[in-house]
Design a protein around this ligand. Structure first.
Ligand code: SF4
Length: 171
C-alpha cells in the first residue's frame, strides 16, 4: 500500500527529473528531423511511473488546462495517445519520463541494475548520442531504487522485445 511519504518522495523526484530533462536538455536533435514526429508508434507502449498521472495532471492544471486522470492514464504510444494531436505531442513539456527516454528503452536486470536498448521502430535511432544516453542513465539511476519489482515486471511485459536492439555504433 502506498503511503503519503512515498507519494511525497515520488512527486519530488518527478519534479527534479522533469527539470533535468526539460527543453532542450532532454531532447534529441534528431527528433526535430523526423518530419511528422510520430515517435512511440507501432507496438510500443508508454508506462507511467508511480504518481506520474497526478503529477502531469497538476502541471497541466497549473497552465489552466483541465484534463482528467483517466485521460493522463490513457497515455500510450503516440498513435494511441489522447495527447497526440495533429501528429504532435500536445503536452510536450509535460510528457512522461518514458516518452522523454524514447527511443531508449531500459531493460531491468537483477537488483538495482539496468541497461538501455534502443527501439528498432524509431527511424532515426542511429542518431542517438552519448550526451542523451548519459542524461537518461542519470535519470534511471535515480528512479531505480524507488521502482518495485512489480512495476519493473509490468514495464518489461509491455515492451515488444523482438523490436528492441542493442546500442551500437554511437557517435
Ligand atoms: S504524451 Fe506525447 S510523446 Fe508521450 S505518447 Fe502521448 S503524444 Fe506521444
Amino acid at each position: 500500500m502506498k503511503t503519503g511519504l512515498e507519494r511525497q518522495r515520488w512527486l519530488q523526484l518527478l519534479a527534479e527529473l522533469y527539470e533535468q530533462t526539460g527543453h532542450p536538455r532532454g531532447e534529441l536533435k534528431i527528433c526535430t528531423s523526423c518530419a511528422e514526429a510520430p515517435c512511440e508508434v507501432g507496438p510500443e507502449q508508454v508506462t507511467l511511473l508511480p504518481f506520474e498521472d497526478e503529477f502531469i495532471q497538476s502541471r497541466l492544471a497549473a497552465e489552466g488546462r483541465s484534463v482528467s486522470l483517466a485521460e493522463v492514464q490513457a497515455i500510450a504510444g503516440c498513435e494511441h495517445c489522447p495527447f497526440f494531436v495533429s501528429r504532435r505531442c500536445s503536452i510536450h513539456p509535460h510528457r512522461p519520463i518514458d516518452c522523454r527516454t524514447y527511443p531508449l528503452v531500459p531493460t531491468f536486470a537483477a537488483k538495482q541494475e539496468f541497461e538501455f536498448t534502443v527501439s528498432g521502430v524509431c527511424p532515426l535511432r542511429a542518431g542517438v548520442d552519448r550526451p542523451f544516453i548519459q542524461l537518461m542513465m542519470d535519470v534511471w539511476k535515480k528512479l531505480l531504487p524507488l521502482l518495485s519489482a512489480q512495476w519493473k515486471g509490468g514495464y518489461a511485459a509491455r515492451q515488444p522485445s523482438d523490436k528492441l536492439e542493442k546500442l551500437v555504433n554511437l557517435p
